[in-house]
Design a protein around this ligand. Structure first.
Ligand code: ADP
Length: 247
């Protein structure tokens, strides 16, 4: 596979905060339709790596190629437009709006249209909202105010608000934190559904969940790649065992 076949190629990525390298010469690659999980102890640089990809933090060195585009010089909103969606750990949904309204306002606006065209577009938006609601297990909750949803349902709603913008790469920060066991199982199912035509990068601490979802795992330690491959491979890598159990 040449580098151009990857959906995302991160190469030599580095960022320093006051001389401290939080991410240090980091390289990893994400295939199309891949669930790529980043694990590593606290302070390993996982969040900073995602911040660099979505443009929240500027790299000191290195490149981030998404399809054929270089992201390192782009602004956050341009990166979103290029097809990269990011969900942070705490859901940022509108609590006083319904599930339907939360999804509807997240639908890309496009240019203003009137009359028959507007009617047609509204029908299309409703259809897309229904499709996404089905996917995120909220089809029966469309008219419910978001504040009454469970913690897990709120997380799914936020994922739905990203999905309705049709990103090709979705980045999720600890999506199952605080979820019940059954919600975790459904979230794994959701991730397998949403990689049809897109890839997902997940930061996760829950190793059982990682085993359920990961096609590929990158283990970070002190801003660098310590190990990568399948979960079975990284789990048996002595360097990974040392970092997780050796202290
Ligand atoms: P992780 O997500 O793996 O727990 P982070 O990416 O949050 O790790 O942090 C990596 C390291 O970089 C930590 O030592 C953290 O304190 C440091 N760091 C992260 N962001 C900043 C910042 N804006 N300024 C200074 N140091 C930072």
């Amino acid at each position: 596979m040449t580098n151009n076949d990857f959906l995302l190629s991160v190469e030599g990525l580095t960022v320093s905060f006051d001389g401290f390298k939080a991410v240090d010469d980091l390289s990893f690659y994400v295939d199309p339709e891949e669930i790529h999980v980043i694990i590593g102890p606290n302070g390993a640089g996982k969040t900073t790596a995602l911040d660099l990809i979505c443009g929240k933090t500027r790299a000191t060195a290195g490149s981030i190629r998404f399809r054929s585009r270089e992201l390192t010089e782009m602004k956050e909103h341009q990166i979103v437009h290029a097809g990269v969606g990011r969900k942070f750990q705490n859901p940022s949904i509108y609590e006083d709006l319904t599930v339907f309204e939360n999804l509807e306002i997240s639908y890309p606006k496009g240019r203003s249209v009137f009359g028959a065209l507007a009617f047609k577009r509204d029908a299309k938006v409703r259809e897309r909202v229904a499709e996404i609601a089905e996917m995120i297990f909220l089809a029966d909750h469309l008219s419910e105010r978001a504040e009454y949803l469970s913690h897990g349902q709120k997380q799914w709603l936020e994922i739905g608000m990203l999905l309705i913008q049709d990103p090709e790469l979705l980045m999720l920060d600890e999506p199952v934190a605080g979820m019940s066991v059954s919600e975790r199982v459904k979230t794994a199912e959701l991730l397998h559904r949403i990689i049809q035509g897109r890839s997902v990068i997940v930061i996760e601490h829950d190793m059982k969940f990682v085993e359920d979802i990961a096609h590929k795992v990158t283990v970070l330690h002190q801003g660098r790649v310590l190990s990568e491959g399948t979960m079975a491979h990284v789990k048996s890598d002595p360097r990974v065992v040392e970092v997780y159990l050796g202290h």
